[in-house]
Write a protein that binds this ligand. Sequence first.
Ligand code: ADP
Length: 241
Amino acid sequence: MSIEVTTLHKSYGTNAAVKGISFRAKPGRVLGFLGPNGAGKSTTLKILSGSIPPTSGHASVYGFDVYQDSLTARQHIGYLPEHNPLYLDMYVHEMLAFAAGIHRITRARERIAEVISLTGLESQQYKKINELSKGYRQRVGLAQTILHDPKVLILDEPTSGLDPNQLQDIRSLIKQLGIQKTVLLSTHIMQEVEAVCDDVIIIHQGHIVADFPLEELAVRYPDLDLESLFMRLTTPSSPII
Ligand code: ADP
């Protein structure tokens, strides 16, 4: 397993955001973390990326605890936070060189050229980030996320705010990256899961309420498509199935 999460809890003061979740993710697959706003998706992803500590429980990446052994775990993780933090005044290639320096990447020039090509940024690399469209900014975020060639990508709502064309481009890029890596992405959009993911976890009010490979949807829930299942599991008045 590339990601293992065991009875993970996170409270902010008295507000319990994540309530004892456990799950695993496999290499070569894209796992969609699907849930309504406030379900606990970002909190889980922040813990996995080592950005915040859990209140209790464990999370590990390739056997390294993301909290106890954070530095080693982070070498295997590429994390794209929800609000893609980029230095808008930097040029694309300059931003990537800066990120390569932080990761102490050897042969940085070659690796930067490689990720620019992988993310389709050739035509934009000498532009300032503040001149780029939202879709290209997201590509820069992804380029930065994969720069140190991590085995695990953690992407928090990677397509939010994109127009339909950009959305499709970024989704296919993520799918392509998922062939060789483990990708965990959060979203509140069912179509996103259907378009990009191999496995899905539905999270609601800090609990995992479903966890299955997408190809098993029809076997596990013969009468429901993903949308109706999601509505059933996350709408308070719906009967529990
Ligand atoms: P999601 O990503 O699914 O929208 P979050 O993980 O952001 O959910 O939030 C889960 C819960 O934790 C929500 O009730 C949210 O208000 C709360 N929360 C998130 N971040 C903080 C924080 N920094 N301080 C206090 N409460 C927070």
